[in-house]
Design a protein around this ligand. Structure first.
Ligand code: NAD
Length: 431
């Protein structure tokens, strides 16, 4: 950042905190943009903290007859530009601070894409891989009933995230239907098609990553054919981007998931790999590959590294090993701030999450619009609109980056935070 802060707003005590905290990362990223933009303190204060953080305790009876209580969260970072929008994740590592970070990243992401949404995020602390479908259904229902007053088509609209999917969204829509008396499809996005889901939503985040990668290749003037790719995470995001880049002629040389990983210099076919994952639940033991772990994958000589699993996976302990020329962030917050600075010094282009993985929320926006209008678009229309919106956002970010000589992440933050601040100014100072 060229412009230095007049005031450093963040509390010194928070600065001294050492262990990885996604919300601290998010606040520091926001603070840099706020300082660059010289934000008025009243806007800074409204955007630094989420508007609302809800904690719920959900008691269900497990299949073995035991009663158990799970803790869940829903955080609404901003509802200024529209309802808050953001996924729900099921994970043993979920936490309130993780949701706060993810919700704020959603605010900036929606603003970078100029979507009429603010940011939200939810989670339940649970181990979805060890729970039955029946238990997950009950848990989802209890969670929805616990947050029903704060969600809704004009309030806050959940979507899938890690270890949740279209089935989870259907359960939410059903619990919401039972509490309000009619099916309101616009309460969630990423639903099954029969409940008003959008064509193209399932692979939207991967498609969006690919649209952005295509623009990166035009900007840097390189051909995607033959480029070597390492992919961390093979869920919704990882598997869908893998198929696009494979079709474009890239060679996927390594893939990891929560159980392990695979490596092949000859390249891995993501279509075949997806079939295996559908059967076995993991990428491990794929024919003609060798085992590999996350740390080795991150340090592989390759052209493009795509982190598509969870936060903080490229950190100060492994960033020096990164040999990729481009890091395309599929996951939210996969690179810590310290690692980000080192990647920049190494001349590696980091295409930031709040731009790169916005394909999901962009198609979610189209799904919401279709639901509100009860009018449906074809898959071609959805993809055409998504590509157009993502490409426009890419070149807007590049413009800010070049004019201000900042990193691509900083440029995306300046654009996103700047747009939200502009909305505050337009409404006028209240309290
Ligand atoms: P998912 O649950 O479908 O897949 C997650 C993948 O990551 C799985 O392959 C899992 O095995 C793997 N994984 C989890 N922990 C791992 C670890 N420690 N090491 C290696 N692999 C690990 O989730 P998803 O929807 O693909 O989301 C992935 C990331 O993308 C998350 O950060 C999410 O917030 C972000 N994201 C998702 C969407 C979306 O539309 N689903 C949109 C934008 C961003």
């Amino acid at each position: 950042m060229q412009k230095t802060a007049k005031i450093s707003y963040i509390e010194p005590v928070v600065r001294e905190k050492r262990e990885y905290d996604p919300f601290l990362e998010a606040v520091l990223q926001f603070e840099r943009a706020a300082n660059f933009l010289d934000l008025e303190p009243w806007i800074y204060q409204r955007l630094k903290h989420p508007e609302r953080e809800v904690i719920v305790h959900l008691a269900i009876t497990l299949d073995n007859g035991r009663s158990e209580t799970f803790t869940g969260f829903r955080v609404q970072h901003s509802t200024l530009r529209g309802p808050s929008k953001g996924g729900i994740r099921y994970s043993p590592d979920a936490s309130l601070n993780e949701c706060k970070a993810l919700a704020s990243w959603m605010t900036w992401k929606c603003a970078v894409l100029d979507l009429p949404f603010g940011g939200g995020k939810g989670a339940i602390i649970c181990d979805p891989l060890r729970m039955s479908e029946n238990e997950l259904r009950k848990l989802t229902r209890e969670y929805t009933l616990a947050i029903r007053d704060i969600i809704g088509p004009y309030k806050d609209i959940p979507a899938p995230d890690m270890f949740t999917n279209s089935q989870t969204m259907a359960w939410i829509a059903d619990a919401y239907r039972q509490s309000c008396g009619y099916l309101e499809p616009a309460v969630v996005t990423g639903k099954p098609l029969v409940l008003g889901g959008s064509l193209g939503r399932a692979g939207a985040t991967g498609a969006g990553l690919f649209f952005i990668l295509e623009e990166v290749s035009k900007y840097l003037k390189f051909d995607l054919v033959g480029k070597k790719v390492a992919l961390l995470g093979f869920g919704n995001v990882g598997s869908s981007v893998a198929k696009y880049i494979h079709r474009a002629g890239c060679k996927i040389i390594a893939v990891t998931d929560i159980f392990g990983g695979i490596y092949s210099e000859e390249g891995i076919d993501p279509f075949q790999l997806e079939k295996q994952v559908e059967k076995s639940g993991s990428v491990t033991n794929f024919p003609n590959t060798e085992p590999i772990d996350n740390e080795t994958l991150i340090g592989l000589p390759c052209d493009i590294l795509i982190p598509a699993a969870t936060e903080g996976q490229i950190h100060k302990g492994n960033v020096e090993n990164v040999k990729a020329k481009i890091v395309l962030e599929g996951a939210n917050g996969p690179t810590t701030l310290e690692a980000d600075e080192i990647l920049e010094k190494k001349g590696i282009l980091v295409v930031p999450d709040i731009l790169a993985n916005a394909g999901g929320v962009t198609v979610s926006y189209l799904e919401w619009v279709q639901n509100l209008q009860r009018f449906f678009l074809s898959e071609e229309e959805v993809m055409e609109k998504t590509a157009k919106m993502m490409k426009r956002a890419f070149w807007e970010v590049i413009d800010v980056m070049e004019k201000n000589k900042v990193s691509m992440r900083e440029a995306a933050y300046i654009l996103g935070v700047g747009r939200v601040a502009e909305s505050y100014r337009a409404l006028g100072k209240a309290a």
